[in-house]
Each structure stands twice: as structure tokens, then as C-alpha cells.
Design a protein. Structure first.
Length: 126
């Protein structure tokens, strides 16, 4: 299958030229935690501490960095409440919700991928 990359349509993101929409998409939502953060925020608005519990394998600094990048890209909204102690909540923006169908498709692809591996292993064992 050949994909039309639209090479005439140059895209610029953070000062870098992209010839392929896939590369640009991965630049925005790629990385170890961004897609998972978006997935969790699609379910509900979350406080930083809630997100930190979901991603216990990452450091506070890394989670903060990923959230700031998602916020800078317009996918995540950060709401700071003026109270003591400070309360910060994260939610998806309208633009952020547009990636959710793609993440759903990625989940479905992963299930199929694993099922194919299980089916192949069963046929080899038989």
C-alpha cells in the first residue's frame, strides 16, 4: 500500500520542517507518556497528584515536562485554583479531544497485534 505524503505540503512545527503528517503527529503526541496522559484525561479531569499515581514509573519532573508540552501544544488545559495548598487540574482542550479516536484505534490495533502473536504461538505449539 502506498500512502500519499503530500510532499508539496511542508508543515512547520517548533521550527522544524515536516513532510509527513505522521512525523508531525508523533512529534506532538509521541514520547513515553504523552499518549497515556491524553488517554487518562479523556476519561476525566485530573489533579497532578492523580496523574502522578497513574504514572508511578515516571518522575515528577518528567510528568511536569510532558504536561507542559501538551499544554503548549494546545491539547491540555491547566487550571490553577487560588487556594492554599494550591490546586491544579488538567483536562483536555477541544483540540486535545480530537486525538482520542486515533488513540482508540491504536488500542484496537495493539489488541489485534497481540492476538495475531497468540494465534501464531498456538499454531506453532500444535
Amino acid at each position: 500500500m502506498q500512502m500519499n505524503q503530500g510532499t508539496a505540503d511542508m508543515m512547520v512545527y517548533r521550527g522544524k520542517d515536516y513532510k509527513c503528517g505522521i512525523d508531525l503527529t508523533l512529534a506532538v503526541v509521541g514520547g513515553k507518556w504523552k499518549a497515556s496522559i491524553l488517554w487518562h484525561l479523556a476519561q476525566e479531569t485530573m489533579r497532578f497528584s492523580d496523574l502522578q499515581r497513574q504514572f508511578s514509573d515516571t518522575t515528577r519532573k518528567m510528568l511536569t515536562q510532558q504536561l507542559r508540552e501538551l499544554e503548549a501544544d494546545g491539547l491540555v488545559h491547566r487550571e490553577v485554583y487560588p487556594q492554599v495548598p494550591p490546586k491544579v487540574e488538567y483536562s483536555l482542550t477541544g483540540k486535545g479531544t480530537t486525538i482520542i479516536p486515533i488513540l482508540n484505534q491504536m488500542c484496537e490495533w495493539a489488541r489485534g497485534y497481540l492476538q495475531d502473536d497468540e494465534d501464531a504461538a498456538k499454531s506453532v505449539a500444535a
